[in-house]
Design a binder for this molecule. Structure first.
Ligand code: 13P
Length: 341
């Protein structure tokens, strides 16, 4: 594996591939497993993720990198092979979620700041030794009434920049993820309000990255799309694609090699349609791809339902979504392809 930050970042956003976000924390994976009535244990989490990483066709043709949770980076498959080795053998880059989650921001009711900077230098060094070549840190910004505030936006942007600089010092590419969530309270904001907040947050994040001396050519941005709130969805695919591209062009330097979107609660097909519309319709200075969690895994999780005899069905469902998103990453997806699956 090439070890220059720029080369790792370029591999993460190579044309036609995207990133599998399989870094659900213990609490989040429990919620996902609850939805299919499966108990979350070390073994059930291992079995599920091993099934994903052994989906050879999806992994080698459509997935450039996998974001892991701490436990998974250290875990072995049922036959004793480290899961990281299975990922590497497919050609994908292993990555690691390093943030400690969003915690209430003092004196800012309704806002959070992501914690985890203390001891991060030492953790990154260990993660590098375990094979991680990129990391992820998610800052969470909710739209609600007068929120976010300047203090909330700056605190999250500053933490992202300090994290990114530490990653690069350790030879790890930072995925910088400032997420404006779709499902804030009450989650009925307009697409234009999302545009305004996304533009503000991205400007602030890039100003902080500059001050922190982060090398943008060795950085991947993971933003939300410019989309209306979960409880007020009415913007069309074309409107979301146009506003997202306009907002990113206004805020994201061309020296960033690639942008990999989160899915954020969009349906599987919406997330694919939006990505494809952006790639098909616009000249872009960066690669534009996916780093989906739910939108890559929801169908697979359901097909698997915790039963080993369903593993092949789970892999088929994952492979289908990965293929659809791989096509969207070059603007070549259309909805008929879903029906012929
Ligand atoms: P979703 O695609 O489910 O939003 O997850 C992506 C992710 O990594 C969130 O941090």
């Amino acid at each position: 594996m090439n070890e220059r930050l720029e080369d790792i970042a370029a591999a993460m956003v190579m044309a036609g591939k995207g990133i599998l976000a399989a870094d659900e924390s213990s609490g989040t994976i429990k919620k996902r497993f609850d939805s299919i009535n499966v108990e979350s244990t070390e073994d059930s989490r291992r079995d599920y993720r091993e099934m994903l990483f052994r989906s050879t066709e999806a992994m080698s043709n459509c997935i450039s990198g996998v974001i892991l949770f701490d436990e998974t980076l250290r875990q072995k498959a049922a036959d004793g092979t480290p899961l990281v080795d299975i990922i590497r053998a497919s050609g994908a880059v292993p990555g690691i979620k390093v943030d400690g989650g969003a915690k209430p921001l003092a004196a800012h009711p309704g806002e959070t700041v992501t914690e985890g900077l203390d001891g991060l230098r030492e953790r990154l060094s260990e993660y590098h030794g375990l094979g991680a070549r990129f990391a992820k840190w998610r800052g969470v910004i909710a739209i609600s009434g007068d929120l976010p505030t300047g203090g909330g936006v700056r605190a999250n942007a500053h933490a992202l920049a300090r994290y990114a600089a530490l990653c690069q010092e350790a030879g790890i590419v930072p995925i910088v993820e400032p997420e404006i969530v779709m499902d804030g309270t009450p989650g009925d904001h307009s697409v234009d309000r999302c545009y305004e907040v996304t533009e503000w947050v991205l400007r602030t994040v890039f100003a902080e990255l500059f001050d922190a001396r982060v090398n943008l050519e060795g950085t991947v941005l993971k933003p939300n799309m410019v989309i209306d709130g979960k409880n007020a969805r009415k913007a069309s695919v074309e409107e979301i694609a146009e506003k997202t591209v306009r907002c990113l062009k206004a805020t994201v330097p061309a020296s960033i090699p690639g942008i990999a979107f989160l899915s954020g609660g969009q349906s599987d097909e919406e997330a694919t349609a939006h990505l494809s519309a952006m790639n098909a319709g616009y000249d872009l200075p960066w690669q534009l791809t996916f780093s989906y969690g739910r939108a890559l895994q929801a169908a697979c999780l359901k097909a698997w339902s915790g039963k080993s005899e369903n593993a092949a069905a789970g892999q088929r469902a994952f492979t289908h979504r990965a293929r659809m998103n791989g096509l969207a990453a070059t603007g070549n997806w259309n909805s008929d392809m879903e029906k012929t699956a």
